[in-house]
Design a binder for this molecule. Structure first.
Ligand SMILES: [Zn+2]
Length: 275
């Protein structure tokens, strides 16, 4: 059994200068492909169920699916809830077997964000579950704009929240289909100087692969959330499969070729953060 927490995988990544991929799961095929890619590379991964995924599939089903994969895997696999927005959501996730939760209090006043994260950390710790929080606000392509992480707020969160990892906003943006985000290195260095926690960048697909590699090697950023580029790989592979089998109506037959295609792209992502 190799189910792990953020503490287990990020401390080591931080000390040994690499980063772990937080992979956005939307269903069985991608979750399986991600786990196979982790085993192929020999690296840990974080399987993440975000709000969109949870809207489509009940959390107990997702918890059982991810734990099933983690328990069979030969590498550490973190079963993580992404962007939970309430204590109740975090509690339900823990009850459903998730080994890690992200509490997103990024749109709350800083004091409230720190206090709520601290409460969740108390409960999570008793269950052996890790917690990621967010300071500043990571915006969305064609949606809400970002608020950069303030160094003072990051330092306060680092000291008082009890979280295991801290997501920051330094030019990274969710759901970018082109990798052209410009990371504010000066801000990152200031945050690093004022804090000690492992740092997380959401919107990893928008960050050029070279920049991801450099940050993994030379900074305390040791978790990159990766969704869009692997969803693009899924769409491309599924379209190809539909074109290859115009008479097929069986979802298993149509979806089977998608798994190795996602796996290949995921191996590239993981290797780019850890080689
Ligand atoms: Zn996010």
């Amino acid at each position: 059994m190799t189910i792990a927490t953020l503490r287990d995988v990020l401390q080591r990544a931080m000390e040994e200068n690499y980063a772990v991929a937080g992979l956005v799961v939307l269903g069985w095929e991608d979750a399986l492909a991600f786990t196979e890619a982790a085993e192929e590379t020999g690296q840990p991964i974080i399987l993440q169920a975000g709000p969109g995924c949870r809207k489509h599939t009940p959390v107990p089903v997702l918890g059982a699916m991810m734990r099933g994969l983690a328990e069979q895997a030969s590498v550490p696999v973190v079963c993580h809830i992404d962007h939970a927005r309430s204590i109740e959501e975090c509690r339900q996730s823990i009850e459903c077997g998730f080994s890690s939760v992200m509490f997103d209090g990024s749109e709350l006043p800083i004091e409230e964000n720190v206090a709520l994260t601290a409460r969740i950390c108390d409960e999570a710790r008793r269950a052996g579950v890790s917690v990621e929080g967010e300071i500043g606000f990571v915006g969305y392509a064609e949606g809400k704009t970002s608020a950069m992480t303030s160094v003072e707020e990051a330092a306060l969160f680092d000291r008082e929240s009890g979280a295991d990892a801290m997501a920051i906003s330094i030019g990274n943006v969710h759901l970018q289909t082109d990798a052209n985000a410009r990371i504010d290195m000066q801000r990152l260095r200031e945050i690093e100087a004022a804090t000690t926690l492992p740092l997380v960048l959401h919107g990893g697909s928008g960050i050029p692969a070279d920049t991801r590699r450099e940050l993994a090697k030379t900074s305390r950023v040791c978790k990159f959330n990766i969704g869009t580029e692997l969803r693009q790989a899924f769409g491309k592979a599924l379209r190809q499969s539909l074109a290859d089998k115009p008479d097929s109506f069986d979802r298993i037959e149509l979806l089977k070729p998608v798994i190795p295609a996602i796996r290949r792209e995921t191996v590239k992502v993981i290797s780019g953060l850890s080689d």
